[in-house]
Design a protein around this ligand. Structure first.
Ligand code: DQQ
Length: 538
């Protein structure tokens, strides 16, 4: 009942109840998308970790089926932790996952479908060869987990990376195998960093240097770059480099934490993510775990904890310097009742409400034009931390060009609102665009964590600054500069719930700005149900 559950989402993936964390083993197999996830079948807190399993024909509507992998064996009795799916030649899927074994050591195991002719792949069998990889030769048994999707080199040898920490350094251990059962650790890791500790949930995949099509994980040629993602410090960071399979060398510049710009998939709440290649639509899709920001007692009260982000297409940006993301196009099938305005001026210090949509369950796209950048404020060279800048200069702090953007999940009297906005500055030899998502006034409830997130957006404000925000009761996923900068926030309003929720566009700068186009839609509820509760298709 939505009345008792004002913060439960309508079109984000979540299990009917209980705890969910990392997305695991996403894959496309014979017309069906599979999503597995870290799941506690018994309560809304982390523990008893098994692999929840849901399937979909369109990545929007999901059918929950039984857990695929449960802690039953000495090599995974303390938990079936994160891992990935690989599709072997002949098209057969396999799963590699981490087991927390009877001694609480982390080991890597394999599971395969029991019956390939079952389209849902409901039952998975663990191999008698498990565990396949154990912590030896300097690997700490507490720091050895989360195998990636495997890729095959030109030498027909399979490779897989496992997250680790060696001598205090975040490390992507490399393993090789001809038969997927016997794995040898390579004498050199694929990559490591002395600037970070443990790497969780590494991901390693090719991206095309021209165009937004995705590539299958084993593809490597002169038209590809490789991305390495690692999860640490509660965040998902990535680097872009070149991979040579002959020597298994991955060269990057800059490396993790090297430069001022530390590339992240998302500058809000988004962790332990994983990509997969969708061969049906030739794209690479990213899933990420979006944690709760209310306290554990709230999670227990609501009976659930954790969302998955909307699935996002992910590709190399035209500059080649970063990735861009965009919610998969299928999400647009949920759009209802478009509200549209064009060529509207918003004078400095004014705002207006977007009416005619359900503001608590909406998709909003705006493109802003800045007619006059002459008076733009100067960017100080010491303003290096965008997140800090967003909390120093919040939406209420007037500027020249900005702050402008939206107030989402807002109560009528605006005592509650989340501001998603931009500010523009003049830098040394270019303009600097700052994007913020400020939850500071998002809820009258005191126990809720109210962060302020921020990041720079590498766009030229002379042309246009675009914002898309997907609002779903307790989550706002925002995409700035057509997906160059993404910020996901969790919000738990007390007043701005259901039909009491509003959304506004505001400009708190002194200069006027112009909306060249604004489109907003109410979003339909996605069909996300256990198999037995599924309604007949309409
Ligand atoms: N979650 C899993 C681990 C992984 C961590 C355990 C990341 O395998 O390292 O639930 O959130």
């Amino acid at each position: 009942n939505p009345k008792n559950q004002p913060h439960r989402t309508a079109y984000h993936f979540q299990p009917p109840k209980n705890w969910m964390n990392d997305p695991n083993g996403p894959m496309y197999y014979k017309g069906i998308y599979h999503l597995f996830y870290q799941y506690n079948p018994y309560s809304a807190v982390w523990g008893n970790i098994s692999w929840g399993h849901s399937i979909s024909y369109n990545l929007v509507d999901w059918i929950h089926i039984e857990q695929a992998i449960n802690p039953t064996e000495p090599y995974d009795i303390n938990g079936c932790w994160s891992g990935s799916a690989s599709i072997l030649p002949g098209g057969n899927p396999v799963i590699l996952y981490t087991g927390s074994d009877f001694r609480n050591r982390q080991v890597q195991n394999i599971a395969v479908p029991k019956n390939l002719s079952d389209p849902y792949l409901r039952e998975w069998i663990k191999s008698d060869h498990n565990p396949l990889m154990t912590p030896m030769n300097g690997i700490d048994p507490q720091f050895f987990r989360d195998p990636t999707t495997a890729w095959e080199g030109p030498d027909k040898i399979w490779r897989v990376v496992v997250g680790s920490q060696i001598k205090g350094h975040g490390t992507a251990l490399l393993y090789q195998s001809r038969d997927f059962v016997n794995w040898t650790r390579s004498h050199r890791p694929l990559h490591f960093s002395n600037k970070t500790a443990m790497w969780e949930c590494p991901d390693f995949y090719p991206v095309s240097v021209d165009g937004i099509n995705g590539l299958d994980t084993s593809v490597q040629d002169t038209g590809t770059k490789h991305v390495l993602k690692a999860s640490f410090n509660d965040r998902d960071y990535y680097i872009i480099g070149t991979y040579e399979p002959e020597t298994d060398t991955f060269s990057v510049n800059p490396d993790f934490m090297d430069s001022n710009v530390k590339l992240r998939y998302d500058y809000g709440i988004f962790y332990a993510s994983k990509t997969f290649y969708d061969s049906a639509k030739r794209r690479r899709i990213l899933w990420g775990w979006v944690l709760e920001a209310d306290g554990e007692p709230d999670d227990i009260n609501k009976g659930w904890s954790g969302l998955q982000s909307l699935p996002r297409s992910i590709f190399l940006d035209k500059t080649g310097k970063q990735l861009s993301q965009w919610p998969i196009e299928e999400i647009e099938t949920l759009r209802r009742k478009e509200v549209n305005l064009q060529n509207k001026e918003i004078k400095g210090g004014t705002m207006f409400e977007i009416t005619g949509i359900t503001a608590s369950q909406a998709d909003i796209e705006v493109s802003f034009h800045l007619p006059n950048l002459d008076e733009v404020e100067l960017m100080h060279p010491e303003w290096l931390d965008p997140q800090f800048l967003c909390s120093e200069k919040n939406a209420a702090t007037g500027g020249v060009i900005g702050p402008f953007g939206i107030l989402a999940l807002a109560s009528k009297d605006l005592t509650e609102h989340t501001a998603v906005f931009f500010r523009v500055f003049r830098g040394h030899d270019n303009y600097v665009v700052l994007m913020c998502s400020d939850q500071n006034r998002s809820s009258l409830r005191e126990e809720v964590k109210k962060s302020t997130f921020g990041a720079f957006v590498d766009v030229d404000p002379v042309e246009m600054i675009s914002l898309r925000s997907l609002i779903d009761h307790s989550i706002i996923e925002s995409f700035g500069g057509e997906g160059k900068t993404c910020i996901t926030a969790r919000v738990y309003p007390k007043l701005a719930i259901g039909n009491e929720s509003h959304v506004y566009v505001f400009n708190n700068g002194t200069e006027s700005i112009r909306i060249s186009n604004l489109s907003a839609w109410s979003m339909k509820r996605a069909q996300i149900f256990p198999l037995h509760k599924r309604r007949k298709p309409e």
